[in-house]
Design a protein around this ligand. Structure first.
Ligand code: NCD
Length: 333
């Protein structure tokens, strides 16, 4: 089997809006297949042979463990060699070099740059800048300030897709997003992706000061995606197919203002499990604090650990698509 015609080939991955349904479906199928192939030593050796001629730089100047490690391991699964910058103080940016110049230099050593920064728009800007050079390489946005985290949204889609596979898929589902929606980039990117699914209902549950921002609501209105706001998770639990919890993003506080908030109504309490639908799921991009009672972890409807593991496999399939080895993987079917 090969990639069907009409399914795109990614170059830069900058924002969730760039994905269409055929590509999302392809990436989900590819992810499932890669997981299957990786179950045997022979399969892993095959995967590792595919991109042993490629080098990827992980440019992570904002704290990260799981996104960093899942990208690094995704690279290694396909045989890609990795190098990293995790602290700009160890780079010449410290000497006053612009990040534009620094990244252009790095780009000359590698075949792709995966970037996490706290600067909104830096990944886009870098991509545009590199496009004008003689050797543009793909830029992957692995989290840009409070703005977007498109690869997290892709792994969230994969998790939703797998969870609802026998219930008609993501179409028609009600997804509740809870917590710091104003500054949580994962919920923003995931909401953008909903343009690709039919009859999805989004319910935003956040304290007024952390409500989903207007730009995203306007996007949803324009795409006629049903959304509503609520101020208490408990009331929404019985009608949600998926509940996407997020933590307080207080690293963006100016003076610790959000730490004063009472988050009781935005916490998934243990007793909520009784009211949660038998096939509904609870998600979280992680890391979490106290927004999910630890006792929820033991319930099969808590899928956040699986979701985290899906991150590595989804990122493997993104790399496979960008570097055009997805057809080779599909041919093993
Ligand atoms: C998220 C992020 O960095 O935006 N984490 C992640 O990538 N898994 C969510 C968060 O930090 O709260």
């Amino acid at each position: 089997m090969t990639r069907q015609s009409g399914i795109g080939r990614l170059f830069h991955v900058l924002r969730a809006q760039q994905f269409d349904r055929p590509l999302l479906d392809h990436l989900c199928d590819l992810t499932t297949l890669i997981r299957k192939v990786a179950k045997t030593r022979e399969g892993l050796n095959f995967l590792r042979s595919l991109l042993s001629h490629k080098r990827v730089m992980l440019y992570f100047t904002q704290p990260s463990t799981r996104t960093f490690l899942s990208f690094e391991n995704a690279c290694h699964i396909l045989g890609v060699q990795t190098s990293e910058i995790r602290n700009p103080a160890t780079s010449s940016e410290y000497k006053g070099e612009s990040s534009e110049d620094a990244i252009r230099t790095f780009s000359s050593y590698v075949d792709m740059i995966v970037m996490r920064t706290n600067v909104e728009g830096l990944a886009d800007q870098t991509a545009r800048h590199l496009d004008e050079t003689e050797r543009p390489v793909p830029i992957i946005n692995a989290g840009s300030g409070r703005d977007q985290h498109p690869t997290q949204a892709l792994l969230d889609i994969y998790t939703l897709h797998r969870s609802f596979e026998h219930r008609g898929g993501i179409d028609g589902k009600t997804i509740a997003m809870v917590g710091d929606l104003a500054r949580g980039r994962t919920v923003r990117s995931l909401s953008y992706l909903m343009k690709n699914y039919r009859d999805v209902k989004l319910i935003f549950i956040a304290p007024p000061s952390l409500a989903m921002r207007d730009d995203l609501k306007q996007f949803l209105d324009k795409r006629q995606i049903d959304w509503s706001e609520h101020d208490n998770l408990e009331d929404v639990v019985p009608r949600a197919d998926a509940i996407y919890m997020t933590r307080l993003q207080d690293e963006h506080d100016v003076a610790g203002e959000s730490r004063q908030l009472d988050l009781t109504n935005f916490t998934f309490h243990y007793r909520f499990l009784e009211r949660l639908g038998p096939e509904a799921i609870v998600m979280h991009p992680m890391p979490r604090r106290d927004e999910i009672d630890r006792r929820v972890d033991g319930d099969p409807r808590a899928v956040y650990w699986r979701q985290a593991r899906n991150g590595m496999w989804t990122r493997t399939s993104i790399l496979a698509n960008i570097f055009a080895v997805d057809d080779a993987i599909l041919e093993r079917l």
